[in-house]
Design a protein around this ligand. Structure first.
Ligand code: NAI
Length: 331
């Protein structure tokens, strides 16, 4: 039998948490043969709701779910975890300054970084979902210096999947036949969804998306803004932000990281920049990556045209600025 894996979900009483924990308990994240113990953390005002989620997990009688820890104690939540999905955070409320929201999240991620560093299992893999996702992940990395930088990532897979979805709708093909889109940069509206290297499986072989779509105006315009603004469109329609698609993307992110990406396919992950593609190092920036044996690697050598270069730089500049703002909250 496989060894048990402990998965932490912070903010587990929230919307994404509610969609995510049953997926994990069903094996969507780690495989249908992988028994799991769920660790769920939330804050005291949400403790009762969190306990309600725990009751539902018991009621669902998931065969793979071998235990549930539901707690408001960050040390108890982090102890022994092999995977940490950080969904908890402080949302921006009307009339709040950007700096105030940043400051709340910096203090949350600073303290949760220490708890993970001291109590998580060795080689724990961390995925930050809560916004500002890239910068929260960077703060977590800075305050957990003994966790290898390669173990700390943020979620841009939802944006990646949205890009695949848009191409599939436009071409009227199965989304599973579309691959190798790229989300560059920040999980924000400055992200750059890039399909210059994306392809579609067709009866006559793999074809570049650019060749099939033909309409460069759409690809360089509406396609990009639709993906960038999709989160806002969901809020407008649902009066709530994306939750099922975010939870599903978090499962995709961890599954591919742990179990590997298929040969010839890459995915987008926010990872610690090593300066690839002339992106400033020391930022958590979304790149195309392949995963093998539990490690990711940035795909190298893709041609970047002038149009793309500007967009990579713009979203990088926003991240540098966010980093500065986050640091100014520390002093
Ligand atoms: P939500 O407000 O429904 O849930 C957040 C939960 O976090 C709440 O239960 C809250 O009590 C909890 N929380 C707050 N501070 C905490 C702390 N210090 N420790 C533990 N838990 C804490 O929000 P929702 O819709 O579930 O979204 C969660 C986050 O994910 C938000 O920051 C949202 O912006 C972000 N998000 C990111 C996406 C991405 O693609 N990276 C996509 C969609 C949402």
């Amino acid at each position: 039998a496989k060894e048990l894996v402990r998965v932490l979900v912070t903010g587990a009483a929230g919307q994404i948490g509610y969609a995510l924990v049953p997926m994990i308990a069903r094996g969507v994240m780690l495989g249908s043969d992988q028994p799991v113990i769920l660790h769920m953390l939330d804050i005291p005002p949400a403790a009762e709701a969190l306990n309600g989620v725990k009751m539902e997990l018991v009621d669902a009688a998931f065969p793979l779910l071998k235990g549930v820890v539901a707690t408001t104690d960050v040390v108890e939540a982090c102890t022994g975890v092999n995977v940490a999905v950080m969904v908890g955070g402080f949302p921006r409320k009307e009339g709040m300054e950007r700096k105030d929201v940043m400051s709340k999240n910096v203090s949350i991620y600073k303290s949760q970084a220490s708890a993970l560093e001291q109590h998580a299992a060795p080689n724990c893999k961390v995925l930050v979902v809560a916004n500002p996702a890239n910068t929260n992940a960077l703060i977590l990395k800075e305050f957990a210096p003994s966790i290898p930088a390669k173990n700390i990532t943020c979620l841009t897979r939802l944006d990646h999947n949205r890009a695949l979805g848009q191409i599939s709708e436009r071409l009227n093909v199965q989304v599973s036949d579309v691959k190798n889109a790229i989300i560059w940069g920040n999980h924000s509206s400055t992200q750059y969804p890039d399909v210059n290297h994306a392809s579609v499986k067709t009866p006559s072989g793999e074809k570049p998306v650019r060749e099939l779509v033909k309409d460069d105006g759409w690809l360089n315009g509406e396609f990009i803004t639709t993906v960038q603004q999709r989160g806002a469109a969901i809020i407008k329609a649902r009066k709530l932000s994306s939750a099922l698609s975010a939870a599903s993307a978090a499962c995709d992110h961890i599954r591919d990281w742990v179990l590997g990406t298929p040969e010839g396919t890459w995915v987008s992950m926010g990872v610690y920049s090593d300066g690839s593609y002339n992106v400033p190092s020391g930022l958590i920036y979304s790149f195309p990556v392949t995963c093998h044996n539990g490690d990711w690697k940035i795909v190298q050598g893709l041609a970047i045209d002038e149009f793309s270069r500007k967009k990579l730089d713009l979203t990088g500049a926003e991240l540098s600025e966010e980093k500065e703002l986050a640091y100014s909250c520390l002093s």
